[in-house]
Design a protein around this ligand. Sequence first.
Ligand code: DGT
Ligand code: MG
Length: 388
Amino acid sequence: HPIKKDSKIRYNHRYACMRHSPLLCPNQGLVERLAILRRHRELEGLDMQALSYERAISVIKAFPHHIIADNIHEVSDLPHIGQKIRSKIQEFIQHGDISECKNVLSETRYRSSVDFTAIYGVGPVTARKLYSSGLRTINDLEKHYEVSPQTNDDIANNLSQGYRLVSSTTGLPQLSIKVGLALREELSLQIPRSEVEEIHDVVMNELAHIRSGCVSTITGGYRRGKAESNDIDIVVSHKDLKCGGDQVKGLCAKLVKRLYDQGLVTHVMHMSSFREHDTLRTTHWDSLEKALAVFILPSHGKEQKHVHRRLDLIFAAPEVYWTAVVGWTGSKMFERDLRLWAKQEKGMKFGSSGISRLHDSKLYFPKSEREVFELLDLEWIHPTLRNA
Ligand code: DGT
Ligand code: MG
């Protein structure tokens, strides 16, 4: 994707949504080391420091040259690279590593937190609580929650026995730490593109039984070109632009129930209307719903044995479909800067569930993804270059 002559896209732009960020960059080794430090700050609850690292990492991802002693001055001039991170980069260039990384990786507290947060449903805050109550290893957690280490065959059995905690809001089995633990190994496996596509096809096929005329896009890392994903993100809407969201309303719960009845969805982590989270509350966006679920393709004998996967379903009214697609394509840094750019530079508010003008709350309904970018006065960036 060559950059056009008159383009304002620059690798040293302050906003990630004005930079091209490929999946792999010339400084991948450095990026991976800095990511350890970012993760460490995040797990320690040092959110501002974690964000500083994330911004710096994102800028380095867009830097098109291999960083060496001869061009380090160029790196120092990049936005979001402060004194602290500059010295880490310098150390990496001189010694091929960052000494603090070695220290962090040997910390019990860090290692436990990394293991704990790998469990679906456990974030940094829960991980810290578990750690301060004396738990250190997955084994400790299994004892604490009375989950026995098990083979894949046991999991299916156990899930239909003691591992089903029914949610009071959805009436479906709720994902708990216990279930997250039991499914830990399966859910940590990466999902190849072919399976993402297969799951998308199955889900949309089931949806067609409930409502015809739905449209969808697989978003997230898959759309950004990742060979393997941690989960499957699907944004769903309806082709009837004039329905005002009526064709979509309530569809999320109906679909999840149907998938559950078919044995395709085994657990629901969270199911909601977007209203709970979104400060932008207008009638248009009431029909935005999402479900974070656990999904499994039917297995056919031993040779085609499938495992549990995380599946996020997002339902958008037709007028905000493309806004939702942009909002759920990511990366997280790209999304963060989209919002910041819209607000600080354009007087607009961007969210997955809508675009509005700040001073009079006028709503915009882009009819394509390109229109979303145009509305925000941004140049189109291909999804595979949004890996900020
Ligand atoms: P991965 O780990 O392979 O699934 O990689 P991603 O980039 O697909 O990460 P994921 O699935 O956590 O999130 C996909 C994108 O969707 C992410 O870049 C930002 C957006 N996103 C995730 N969670 C939320 C949410 O709760 N609300 C909104 N508005 N956007 C979200
Ligand atoms: Mg994803």
